[in-house]
Design a protein around this ligand. Structure first.
Ligand code: PMP
Length: 329
């Protein structure tokens, strides 16, 4: 029988396992092989005779975990496996109830790694159910301390048991933006045959905006990159940050943003209703913000090719009341 005797042997066994993991990640018959290469959809919006701009959106809910965060989570986990930050016996730990948590849970399940997520006790039922379905272990923290409390709890656990956990820290992990530098930007370039003139994306961890903008500007420095944020600190744009009042992610590079636009929660709600009712697109609230900002840019520029990101689908927001609101006429 083969027995591991020392740390070196454990390392050696880990290295021997890596090609199998790489195969799983790139295999077309593996769920992980389906991450990325999302469709580019045309948004019709307000096309008129005097506006000849085209607005397109990457349909990121086509990723197997249902959101853009599959790309970043896969990139961080793959790097952690290659560099032995994540080894058999360690669990991936983070504080997120959002799309990143779902992406970790799905990828952890496919690769056979435990995923532990700390969430405020009042996180929504739909998200908790998805995380549980993928077998993630959930630690509930005091709702009064919000997501900051969950983050602190994770940091304390990692400090106390450094050998038990791998903590990706998506706000400061370059693999987050590199996922978009290596995939999202190249897909946009190929899907528009290099005709993209404007790139518009919301800021959360900022990985999507930073990685995609950085690569697009290398491919064509004339491309204008526009960052979208909520218009106030208290907002309903799940996944997006109001940077003036938030902790600015370490990976953010403000120099990449040629322009900053703000969108209100109400405008975003109205736009997701419009996309669902007029264009057959059932998308999440941050997609509404991205769409509203992109259509504004398209109308202003008149002959632009605007590309944006629709981070997730509408089903994750199914129980929210804004779907039932009527537009004022
Ligand atoms: N929209 C949604 C719904 C998200 O979950 C996220 C990720 N936080 C974003 C937008 C922003 O993406 P990023 O973290 O890459 O800035």
């Amino acid at each position: 029988m083969y027995r591991l005797t020392s740390e070196q042997d454990v390392r050696a066994a880990q290295v021997r396992q890596l090609p199998a993991l790489e195969t799983l990640i790139t295999d077309r018959h593996s769920i992980l092989g389906l991450i990325g290469n999302t469709p580019l959809l045309r948004i019709r919006g307000d096309e008129t005779h005097d506006v000849q701009s085209h607005v397109y959106a990457k349909a990121e809910w086509f990723n197997p975990g249902g959101s853009v965060k599959d790309r970043a989570a896969l990139s961080m986990i793959r790097h952690a496996l290659r560099t032995s930050l994540l080894t058999p016996g360690k669990a991936l730990i983070d504080a997120t109830s959002g799309n990143t948590g779902i992406a970790y849970a799905m990828i952890g399940s496919a690769l056979g790694y435990r995923v532990v997520l700390a969430l405020p006790g009042n996180a929504t039922g739909e998200r908790k159910q998805i995380l549980r379905a993928f077998g993630a272990e959930l630690l509930f923290t005091d709702p009064l301390t919000g997501t900051d409390g969950a983050q602190l709890h994770v940091k304390d656990l990692v400090a106390a048991h450094p050998d038990a956990y791998y903590y990706p820290d998506q706000y400061n992990n370059p693999e987050n933006w590199k996922a978009h530098y290596e995939t999202t930007a190249l897909e946009i370039w190929q899907q528009t045959k290099g005709r993209v003139t404007h790139f518009v994306a919301g800021l959360g961890t900022t990985g999507t905006f930073v990685g995609t903008s950085r690569r697009l500007k290398e491919l064509n420095p004339a491309i204008t990159c526009i960052a979208v944020q909520p218009d106030s600190p208290l907002h309903g744009l799940e996944g997006l940050k109001h940077l003036a009042t938030a902790i600015v992610p370490g990976i953010y590079d403000p120099g990449l943003a040629d322009e900053q636009l703000t969108v209100s929660t109400e405008e975003s709600y109205a736009e997701v209703r419009r996309l669902a009712r007029e264009e057959g697109l059932f998308v999440g609230v941050s997609s509404g913000a991205a769409s509203a900002a992109s259509r504004m840019v398209g109308a202003r520029e008149r002959t632009a090719v605007v590309v944006t990101i629709f981070p997730d689908g509408g089903a994750r927001y199914g129980s929210e009341h804004f779907w039932n609101q009527q537009e004022e006429v």
